[in-house]
Design a protein around this ligand. Structure first.
Ligand code: 0L1
Ligand code: MG
Length: 263
């Protein structure tokens, strides 16, 4: 078992309880401005260990964030980030999401990859990702930064497991060979009104490129992706805020649709 420093214990407790109690908090870097990206990923690991233990859940995959140039420019960074998905974050289309469990949620459209083989190493390419993928499906990711007003630095958001909270995967799973994953158009509506349009090309040029990037990053930290993992490859448009009573549907060319309802 990993022994945590006093600072790690304090930050993990701060972020874990903020999520558990659906309470927004001030940024970690307001107190610890010297934290580095490497330390942020270590904090993320420690936070996820605590989450796995206390929520009695298990790891089911990885999610990528800041994969669009627009979001990177907005944050003043030139790199994507990654976090982890747990079984208790997975929600189905027919099971409402409880607004009272969340702080200030937003939802974004993504393509989910289900891996049929492990992927690891610094030389992994987008072609390797496609070969290792058994199915792709439309997905919605709900993000709920624990930080006040959804405002944070890169260090803050990495330590906070990249704002992860829930995700929904559509029921139509298809082979990645049956579609051009680099040019999928998408329309996301809330309560019947179109809110966002986007393209899979916004995800680092191609969602499989984004996943290849994540495999390289993970391998620098001695990790990889596993057969059976679900990977959320990154948002195809800006996220939209939602509240109790809202329904959201995202329709993807050739992939079908995925929906969620918030009660
Ligand atoms: O999944 C995402 O793209 C979110 C990454 C973190 C940035 C944010 O919360 O907006
Ligand atoms: Mg996302």
């Amino acid at each position: 078992m990993t022994v945590l420093t006093d600072r790690e214990k304090e930050i993990v407790d701060y972020l874990y309880t903020a999520e558990r109690d659906a309470r927004e908090v001030v940024k970690v870097t307001d107190k610890y401005s010297e934290l580095t990206i490497e330390e942020a990923y270590e904090l993320q690991d420690r936070l996820l260990e605590r989450r796995l233990r206390e929520n009695k859940t298990k790891n089911v995959g990885v999610k990528l964030g800041l994969t669009s140039k627009a979001k990177q420019v907005m944050m003043g960074v030139d790199e994507a980030i990654y976090g982890y998905l747990h079984a208790d974050m997975l929600s189905t289309e027919w099971e409402p999401i409880n607004y009272s469990d969340l702080i200030h949620p937003k939802v974004e459209p993504e393509i989910a990859f289900l891996l049929g083989a492990d992927l690891e190493g610094e030389d992994v390419t987008a072609e390797d990702v496609i070969k290792a993928t058994k199915y792709v499906a439309p997905a919605l990711e709900v993000i709920d930064s624990r930080y006040k007003d959804f405002k944070f630095t890169l260090v803050d958001v990495i330590a906070d497991n990249c704002s992860s909270i829930k995700f929904v995967v559509g029921s139509k799973w298809i082979s990645p060979d049956s579609i051009n994953l680099g040019t999928i158009g998408m329309v996301m509506s809330k309560n019947g009104k179109v809110m966002q349009t986007g393209s899979s090309a916004a995800v680092l040029g191609h969602p499989a490129e984004a996943i290849a990037w994540s495999v390289k990053e993970l391998s620098k930290r001695g990790k990889g992706l596993k057969k059976g993992d679900i990977i959320l490859s990154g948002a195809m448009s800006e996220a939209i805020a939602f509240e109790s009573g809202d329904s959201v549907v995202a329709q993807f060319d050739g992939l079908g649709s995925v929906s969620m309802y918030c009660k």
